[in-house]
Design a protein around this ligand. Structure first.
Ligand code: CDP
Ligand code: MG
Length: 730
């Protein structure tokens, strides 16, 4: 039955997918009928219609989970649609020409509009042309979610299981096997692969995708792959970008040829607001509802700056549409951001049912990394969250900044892929023309380089000033990074990697976190410290606070803070309590804790434990010595110390700057005299997030090269002679 229903010219792998469908056949008679009909009609056109019928039936099934499973497997099984889809992408007519160009040149710059099929198709073409016979095809993505979702899509198109022939690798999650020939990964992961395989011997092609994003890791990769391409003549290098500044890439790669894939674009109407919006979140919500009520069918894409904003908008939209009841058509809200669990990520690609409208609430990820079909309306508030770094003070913080004109154009373009679109910019035309920069500054010029410098040093690259950067970072930033690594004892005074530095480089974490872990050996608390590091790495998604149960949620959270232990220790308490309940899901519900985040923390912790073994640090616990744990944290984060001022604000100790404890901190009401913070976030004020109390003499004890006694004299105490205290506090 299965073989007979296969069309001419369809490859063998494809009918395998029918088997995966048949386990579901017994679950639903709808399906059974449809598949039987499929058997009768085997020509391509009818197959297509049958497939659509099947899809409609599936959409009417009422069991949600079942529907989801069936739906996904159906996409896998439905080869005729996937097959046609591949041929309709703008890149398809250029397949042969592209393969010829790859054959003729070692380095090729590829330019094509977002959605033309670069990321999903090129690696497959290369595979079909035999490049995977002698090595893997690696494709880097600046974003985790993009690497995962693209790999999932390609595995579906090829009809293989994700993690087998097609896999992905992102920090703390390796979904590949020995079989993997097409490997999608974050640019940061490929950078780390250089540590184990400096010539990338297992790769036959490396595609640095989304090159226009110019992330820090991508920029460093440029230098490294350019270098190895000189002595590995068999390695093919593809640099692909969604924007037209390809000349720059070409110049950098010794005048590599540029391959252009002409895109299809429909006109997009751009609407600006007449006056600046006071609250862009509110404006975005109102705009979405207006589009929903007044505009013809078509999905909406809203660009927000991060998870918190997305969750807020999600909640408010749900609330308001519920209020309108059946007066309006169904609005399906799909959030997408880096920490969103994988199963929910897939939801944004599900076709919108007839009569409903989908609104995708996305971070910058949807600007170029991900293409969602069916978007007709874009709402662009004009902001994004970026890490910014002040090399003078060495301070780094997450900030919400206006986007560039280039980003605004990309965002607008998302609405005109499949037909004419509309883009609603929540800023004025004057703003656009006069206030927005033309392009976003490459990350390398606005970020802390400590991590990269440590990686390059461990790769044996010592002369950083003369490294072949496409756009060199400010030399101040390199110096600051060297200084920081020296202060963390990762480098010696000659700038060479120390034993501590070598150990630190093994951890895929920021140097301060790695140092905290390495230092935990000394304080005999590595067990606690890796739990803390894992919990910090999950981000701010541990606790949740439903609107209608805020008081309960806050009380539950405060339980972990008993004794004003500080946020790091509270995170440790959460982890340990969860572990004591044998990782119970029920316990998470009862304590308003996100079980998914906890599971992720557990995964990360397991990996950190493995890495500890690799650097020969024993697992030791000091459950009754919180000071030991805090000292280990201080060993990594002594730069992040701050002292309370009379005003209730804090001042950072070195490079004085006024900062505040984030309201979500357990110490927000306690205001200890001295604190260490994990990170700074700039929202309404410059906030310290994740804070612990500290004894100032620890700073001198732990980092004598950095702090002198005079830095930490507690001049604010009442016993001090008045004038002296005042002077120091000013
Ligand atoms: O890389 P580029 O922007 O040129 O395009 P792509 O990511 O290869 O996307 C090609 C097509 O695949 C688009 O129509 C996407 O909507 C689709 N796609 C998808 O449906 N699901 C994914 N996870 C990724 C891509
Ligand atoms: Mg792409």
């Amino acid at each position: 039955f299965i073989k007979e229903s296969v069309m001419d010219g369809v490859q063998v792998e494809r009918h395998k997918t029918f088997f995966s469908l048949d386990s579901y056949i017994c679950c639903g008679c709808y399906l059974l009928n449809a598949v039987l009909i499929l058997d009768v009609y085997s020509s391509s056109m009818k197959m297509h219609w049958m497939a659509r019928l099947l899809k409609m039936l599936l959409q009417n099934l009422h069991f949600k989970r079942f529907k989801y499973d069936v739906f996904n497997n159906f996409r896998l099984a439905n080869f005729s649609i996937a097959y046609d889809d591949r041929k309709t992408l703008p890149i398809y007519p250029y397949r042969e020409e592209l393969l010829q160009a790859v054959n003729d040149h070692q380095v090729l710059v590829i330019v094509g509009e977002t959605g033309s099929g670069k990321t999903t198709q090129i690696p497959q073409y290369l595979h079909e042309a035999g490049y995977t016979k002698h090595g893997k095809v690696g494709c880097t993505q600046p974003r985790r979610v993009a690497a995962m979702s693209v790999a999932a899509r390609v595995s579906q198109e090829m009809g293989v299981k994700l993690g087998h022939e097609v896999g992905y690798s992102i920090r703390f999650e390796d979904c590949t096997s020995e079989k993997t020939i097409l490997k999608y990964m974050t640019d940061g992961m490929l950078l780390r692969e250089f540590l184990g395989e400096p010539d990338l011997a297992s790769y036959s092609v490396v595609m640095v995708d989304e090159a226009h994003e110019r992330t820090l890791s991508t920029d460093i990769l440029f230098g490294l792959v350019k270098d190895i391409s000189r002595f590995r003549k068999d390695l093919k290098l593809l640099i692909s970008s969604a924007t037209l500044d390809a000349e720059k890439f070409s110049d950098y790669f010794d005048s590599a040829p540029i391959f252009k894939i002409p895109g299809r674009r429909f006109p997009v109407d751009i609407h600006f607001t007449k006056a600046p919006e006071a609250d862009y979140i509110d404006a975005a919500i109102v705009t979405v509802l207006q589009i929903h009520v007044t505009q013809p069918p078509g999905d909406i894409l809203v660009f927000l700056t991060g998870q918190e904003e997305i969750e807020t908008v999600d909640e408010i939209l749900k609330h308001r549409t519920r209020g309108l009841g059946t007066k309006i058509a169904e609005l399906i809200i799909c959030p997408i951001y880096a920490n969103l669990p994988t199963e929910l990520q897939a939801k944004i690609f599900e076709p919108t049912p007839e009569g409903a409208r989908k609104v995708v609430l996305a971070t910058n990820i949807a600007e170029t990394s991900l293409t969602i079909d069916g978007i007709k309306y874009v709402v662009d508030p004009g902001f994004c969250k970026i890490k910014s770094y002040n090399p003078r003070t060495g301070m780094e913080s997450l900030q919400i900044n206006p986007i560039s004109k280039a980003s605004a154009m990309q965002r607008a373009g998302r609405s005109g892929r499949t037909g004419p679109g509309k883009c609603f910019r929540l800023y004025t035309a004057y703003n656009y023309h006069h206030d927005l920069e033309d392009n976003t500054v490459p990350e390398i010029q606005r970020t802390n380089l400590a991590n990269v410098v440590l990686t390059l040093k461990s790769l044996g690259i010592h002369d950083l000033v003369n490294f072949d950067f496409m756009d060199p970072p400010p030399s101040e930033a390199i110096l600051k990074a060297l200084e920081l690594l020296f202060a963390l004892s990762a480098l010696n005074s000659k700038g060479e990697l120390t034993m501590v530095g070598r150990r630190m480089a093994e951890f895929p974490l920021d140097p301060m976190l790695s140092k905290m872990i390495v230092a935990s050996d000394k304080y005999k608390c590595s067990d606690e410290i890796i739990s803390i590091a894992a919990m910090l790495s999950v981000g701010n998604s541990i606790f949740y606070r439903p609107k209608d149960k805020q008081v309960h949620a806050d009380n539950a959270r405060l339980n972990f803070h008993t004794g004003n232990v500080g946020d790091h220790i509270a995170l440790l308490n959460v982890y340990n309590s969860w572990k004591e309940t044998n990782f119970s899901t029920q316990w998470c519900y009862e304590n308003y804790i996100q079980v998914r985040s906890m599971k992720r923390a557990r995964d990360i912790r397991d990996q950190l434990e493995g890495l500890l073994e690799r650097v020969e640090i024993e697992i030791t616990a000091s459950p009754n010595d919180l000071d030991a744990v805090k000292k280990a944290i201080t060993s990594g984060f002594f730069h992040h110390s701050a002292r309370l001022q009379k005003t209730g604000a804090y001042k950072t100790v070195k490079n004085p700057q006024t900062v505040y404890i984030h309201p979500s901190s357990g110490l927000a009401q306690v205001l200890p005299r001295w604190v260490i913070y994990h990170e700074l976030v700039l929202t309404a004020k410059e906030y310290m997030r994740q804070v612990i109390e500290l004894k100032p003499d620890w700073l001198v004890e732990i980092a004598p090269h950095y702090y002198k006694l005079k830095d930490v004299e507690d001049t604010g105490s009442k016993k001090m002679p008045r004038g002296q205290g005042r002077a120091a506090m000013d």
